[in-house]
Design a protein around this ligand. Sequence first.
Ligand SMILES: [Zn+2]
Ligand SMILES: [Zn+2]
Length: 414
Amino acid sequence: MVYVINFDNTPLMPCASAIARLLLKQGKAKCMKRTPFTIKLLYQTTNYTQNITLGVDTGSGKIGSSAVNDKGDVIYMSQVEIRNDISDKLKQRSNYRRNRRNRKTRYRKARWLNRKNSIRSDRFSPTMTSKISSHLKEIKFIQTILPISKIILETATFDPHALKNPAVLSNKWLYQKGINYGFANTKAYVLDRDNHTCQHCRGKSKDSKLEVHHIIFRKNGGSDEASNLVTLCKMCHDSLHGGNITLKGGKSKGYLKHATQMNGLRVQLLKLLPSADETFGFVTKEHRQLLNLPKEHYMDAVVIASQGSEVSFKTNVVLFKKGVSDGDYQQFKGIRSEQRIPTGKIQGFRKFDKVRYLGVEYFIKGRMSTGYAILMDAKGTKVTLKPIPKFSKMERVQARKSWIISQETLQNIS
Ligand SMILES: [Zn+2]
Ligand SMILES: [Zn+2]
């Protein structure tokens, strides 16, 4: 499947590869992007579009996105890995600055408290700003290649309002009958409250399968309320019901850092995308299991976009994107900063450039001025190659961008 952009840069419905090939051959279109493959028409056509819903599984680490049309055809899937190095980079920068100050290289009087941004009220931390903009960037990108008519965001795993008043659940986001959404919501809340950790062994069993247990059994009149529920791993849960252990008491410790970040993200995204609808993870999970789809961020996005109805995959390609920094700010190295670090191109190559080496595509992880490079795959893992790859044997496929993109084709999908 190929994405199509009209002559006036508005996105059109995607077309089959065969049609795209024909258009390119006849000179009626030109190639715009290689990943994902996008063509631009060289003549104006009428903007025939269908309703396309974009579903986004938001997160503080990974974002899943998918676009599905009214008929349930999946036409886009992606997973973005958000940058996680912002606060480290800022600490590093402040170290460099402190060091420079102590070297007494200043030629003008020191000024203090002149950082307007850091004393502003209602300020977002740089980490949060980066996370929010990663979400917006991906959404804007999809809007450039597909005519999106509706956006649905999964902002949290459970709906806090429905915990107190399950009646609010009955009017939205419930597609299939017969699912106990109220209990699914409470379960999602309990898992979150207990930090996704078994409250008996505190994760010592290394069993990753978590279950929610009724402290007073249901058959003894125990309620489905959060106060009667506790997170246990399958191993502890089985031995508890087998009578081999008794439940240890004690409250779980406070929220993880990511919970606070997620709430900040939720509020900001809903504010910045006022036309977007909101859904919750517990609804997505029920429908993902019903549709029998694998547990992946992009599959959650498919379920969000299709709103729980059956889907057929018109594309089996998933784009994997990873955010990288715009540049390296260290300019010198050596004990007395005597060595300048080359920031320009070395033999025409820069860091994070996409290159083809011996028929395979890689990204440049590191460069040596002697004409060699260290390569990595799109996930950022170093690839060990012998002999060490030479620039002269590489072809530059794409210049560096603020994210590195690769695509994978899924098997056994229909
Ligand atoms: Zn356990
Ligand atoms: Zn139980």
